[in-house]
Each structure stands twice: as structure tokens, then as C-alpha cells.
Design a protein around this ligand. Structure first.
Ligand SMILES: O=C(O)CCC(=O)C(=O)O
Ligand SMILES: [Fe+2]
Length: 302
């Protein structure tokens, strides 16, 4: 493809995303988002180059919902007028984005970690409970069209502990929202699930409210528990900072903070923040030695 267009000219973009989704939007030729998407496509033909793992966020026009998708799920991009794809051959050069009018701002991720969230007795009881119910865990699913996005086990039915954690969270919700600088909201529901990450398990970068079904998730929480002494290494919760590209465009920054999954601790953060679970190394491979979580989402009313 060739391009004679100027950097500020508006480009009409048709985006095809895995799963048969498509969307159309307009943006300046030098928009960092356009450069990033073209780069993701161009890198496909260069498997020897490692691909940055980006989560794109595109607010739809007329105040509609925001579209979130990982860079690897872009199938094709059509632009009118045509624009150049970044050239990676024969000798790869670092990508030089076109000059932009505004400098991207990095917004540091915010989280709240509370140690010893439950009593020792409650912490032990929940561990015994998952051990007794290990047969009820199933392989986790994910709405992204990539089977390698997540490896872990999930258990959905545990009313006693679900109620316990929800009650405790409700008691401290004002402190949580204040710490995370999230305006107070009316809670419609608190979801809960139990997960187990064993040897080689992980969950790649994502946010927790990126589609219509999850859009009202406002605060994510993760309560960690495991056998002592800690039978695995890794499994940190990696919280990515956010790159503010313009008033309406946000992307995942490369900078991050790692939070270790400490037994009997809980972590809260805004559900829109990008995060991932770093790979777990559990030498025994014994399910009982997994990195366990009781985690979920506090939803606001529509
Ligand atoms: O296990 C964790 O630390 C995070 C889990 C997570 O991100 C999720 O379930 O959405
Ligand atoms: Fe998550």
C-alpha cells in the first residue's frame, strides 16, 4: 500500500475482529491508535518478531459502548484513503510513530491490598473446602477467541464462602472506593468465583468489564489463599498502567506493578484496568498446592 495523505487527514477505518465482529471509525492519519493497529497487522507476517500484547479500547461514536479487544484478535483493517503499513523487512527497525499533537500521559494503576482479610480459622476453612471439592473444578473459559489466553481451573458453587466474602466487602466498600478514587455507586450485585492456578497456569492481559455482559463491573477483588509453606512461585497479579492517548482514547501502558498473591490477602482495583496473572510454577503439580483465589466483581446498577 502507498500513501500520499497528510498526517492530519481523517482516515475512515473498517476493522475486522476475530469472531466476525466489525466496526467502522474515523481518526486522524497520525492517530497513535491507527499506528498501533497497523503495527499489529504488519507484525503478523514477521513471526520472528515478538508482538507487543496490547489491549485496544475504542469508544464508539454518540456515547455508545467502548469496544475492547486484544491486538492479536485484529483480522484485517481497511482504510480509506489507503495508508502505509509499517515496514519490518529486511532489517527490522524500531517503529517510529508519526509525530502526534499531544504527548500520551501515563496514568499509574491504583490498587488496594489488605493483609489478613479473613480470620485464620476462616482462611483454613476455605482451603479445606476447596480441597474437599477439588472434583468440582472445571477448566476456565474466556470470551476471547484464543484458547491460549488463560489456563486455570474454576469452581462456581460455594455459597457459604461467597456470602462471607461479600458481607466483608460491603462493610468496607466506602474505604475501597475512596482509596481507588472511584465515585460512590449503587451496588447491584457482587459476583464471586473460586479459581485454582497450578503449574504453568496464567491469565494474559485483560480487563474485567470489556463487553456488554460485564460492562457494569466496577471494582474487581481477588482474595488469595494457599497451603503453607507457599507451594508455588510466580503467579503475581500484574497491574498495568494506562496510556491516555486523547480525551477518549486509552491503551495499555508498558509499565506495571506486580502484586504477590499473599495468603489471606485481598486486592481491589477498578475493573477497567488492564491486569494479568503471571505464570505459576508449582513443582509438585499437585492440585492442593495451587494458587487459589476467591475473586469476583462489584457491579453498579445500570
Ligand atoms: O487471579 C488473579 O490474580 C486475577 C484473576 C483475574 O484477573 C480474573 O479472574 O479476571
Ligand atoms: Fe481479571
Amino acid at each position: 500500500m502507498t500513501s500520499n495523505i497528510t498526517e492530519t487527514q481523517t482516515v475512515h477505518v473498517m476493522l475486522l475482529i476475530a469472531g466476525g465482529h466489525q466496526c467502522e471509525l474515523s481518526m486522524p492519519a497520525d492517530a497513535p491508535l491507527l499506528q498501533d493497529m497497523l503495527e499489529a497487522i504488519a507484525l503478523r507476517s514477521h513471526p520472528e518478531r515478538s508482538q507487543p500484547n496490547k489491549l485496544f479500547q475504542i469508544p464508539m461514536e454518540d456515547g455508545g459502548p467502548t469496544l475492547y479487544f486484544p491486538s492479536r484478535s485484529i483480522v484485517a483493517i481497511a482504510t480509506d484513503p489507503p495508508v502505509s503499513l509499517p515496514d519490518f523487512s529486511p532489517e527490522p527497525e524500531p517503529i517510529q510513530p508519526l509525530q502526534t499533537a499531544t504527548t500520551p500521559i501515563i496514568i499509574e494503576s491504583k490498587s488496594l491490598k489488605i493483609q489478613n482479610f479473613l480470620s485464620e480459622e476462616e482462611n483454613q476453612r476455605i482451603l479445606n473446602y476447596v480441597i474437599d471439592n477439588r472434583g468440582a473444578f472445571e477448566d476456565s473459559q474466556i470470551g476471547i477467541d484464543d484458547p491460549n489466553y488463560r489456563r486455570s481451573k474454576i469452581f462456581y458453587y460455594f455459597h457459604e464462602f461467597g456470602d462471607l466474602i461479600k458481607e466483608r466487602i460491603k462493610q468496607i466498600l466506602p474505604q475501597i472506593t475512596e482509596h481507588l478514587a472511584i465515585p460512590t455507586f449503587e451496588v447491584s450485585e457482587i459476583e464471586a468465583q473460586i479459581t485454582a492456578h497450578n503449574d504453568g497456569h496464567y491469565y494474559k492481559a485483560h480487563n474485567d468489564n470489556g463487553d456488554g455482559v460485564t460492562a457494569t463491573r466496577t471494582i474487581s477483588y481477588i482474595y488469595y489463599f494457599h497451603r503453607e509453606p507457599k507451594p508455588f512461585i510466580g503467579g503475581e497479579l500484574r497491574m498495568y498502567d494506562t496510556l491516555k492517548l486523547s480525551d477518549t482514547l486509552y491503551s495499555m501502558a508498558e509499565s506495571y506493578t506486580d502484586i504477590p498473591p499473599t495468603n489471606n490477602s485481598i486486592v481491589f482495583f477498578a475493573s477497567g484496568c488492564c491486569h494479568e496473572v503471571r505464570p505459576v510454577n508449582c513443582p509438585s503439580k499437585n492440585f492442593l498446592d495451587s494458587r487459589f483465589t476467591l475473586n469476583g466483581w462489584i457491579r453498579r446498577t445500570e
